[in-house]
Design a protein around this ligand. Structure first.
Ligand SMILES: [Zn+2]
Length: 302
């Protein structure tokens, strides 16, 4: 490691922001920018891969543009804070090069799940914290914490599973859905005016971004993200069976104090089984996918 990047910073970073994706898949995409309109559901077409159903109608209550702007503001703030603590990995850090190489392979496969993703300014950063954490905020803002790579000794396939899982939250707009539910149940709260665009100042964007950080995913969201995640990774040439070893490692790591990642990603005991049951749907995609030209090692154990 060099002098300008420490990997043990106590950074007051936003908790986890799992990107919240849309529930769109091929079936109910938002096809426009900037309004509250959502495309009507189209008939489901048979497709190869996992089946996660249609997107929640709650996503319509908050505009995708606003959520993405709020996420970008929050992400920028987090990046700055990390940098001020020398906990933002430089572009030449081997683990950051690794994360970006894996993201490069996955991103082209995201467009099928959410057309907006094609125009997202995707970013991948590595945060020098021991915490076991990773996220993808709305709009494709990805961060991995050093701790998740080092403590879990993740191989490339497992990194791809996490990245696919996190990207799936963003693609299916789970944050937007959750905020839509908040708006529907807490009318009158100040946050609602921000949500509904009544005060789209920089401040309210940040407030909204802050809210993104405390949102937890439901089990349904988790299950969707798992399935879409293994498919994205399989199409990108990463072994979807790593979805199983990843969650086994995560469960092992949760035995002491559960990592942040687990607290924002609640899951039931059936998670690993659900992934296993869905492997046959994505194995053919993996078999046909071009393999990554380069493989990387995890960081040395502390
Ligand atoms: Zn999740």
């Amino acid at each position: 490691m060099n002098d300008c990047f420490r990997t043990d910073a106590q950074v007051e970073l936003p908790a986890m922001v799992h990107a919240r994706g849309c529930r769109c898949a091929l079936h109910s995409r938002r096809l426009f920018t900037g309004g509250l309109i959502a495309a009507a559901s189209l008939p489901a077409l048979a497709r190869e891969g996992v089946d996660v159903g249609k997107q929640s109608s709650f996503t319509k209550l908050v505009s995708a543009d606003q959520i993405e702007q709020a996420a970008a503001a929050q992400y920028g703030q987090m990046r700055q804070e990390a940098a001020s603590k020398k906990a933002l990995a430089p572009d030449n850090h081997p683990q950051l090069i690794r994360l970006r190489a894996i993201a490069q392979r996955i991103i082209p496969h995201t467009y099928e799940w959410n057309e907006r993703a094609r125009n997202w300014k995707w970013e991948v950063n590595l945060i020098g914290s021991k915490e076991i954490n990773a996220f993808c905020m709305p709009g494709g803002k990805i961060a991995f914490y050093y701790g998740i790579l080092q403590q879990l000794q993740l191989n490339d396939d497992e990194v791809a599973m996490i990245m696919g899982h996190e990207a799936a939250h963003a693609l299916r707009e789970h944050a937007r859905e959750r905020m839509g539910k908040t708006a529907a149940t807490r009318i009158g709260a100040g946050v609602v005016s921000a949500l509904l665009g009544l005060g789209s100042t920089g401040d309210s964007l940040l407030n909204m971004g802050g809210q993104l950080l405390t949102l937890k995913f439901s089990r349904e969201d988790e299950s969707e993200a798992d399935l879409i995640g293994i498919e994205l990774a399989a199409r990108a040439g990463y072994d979807p069976a790593a979805g199983v070893t990843l969650w086994q490692k995560m469960a092992e790591a949760s035995k002491g104090a559960p990592p942040q990642f687990i607290s924002t990603h609640p899951s039931g005991p059936t998670r690993i089984k659900d992934i296993q049951d869905n492997l046959p749907k994505v194995q053919p995609l993996y078999q046909r996918a071009p393999r990554p030209t380069q493989r990387f090692e995890p960081p040395k154990k502390a």
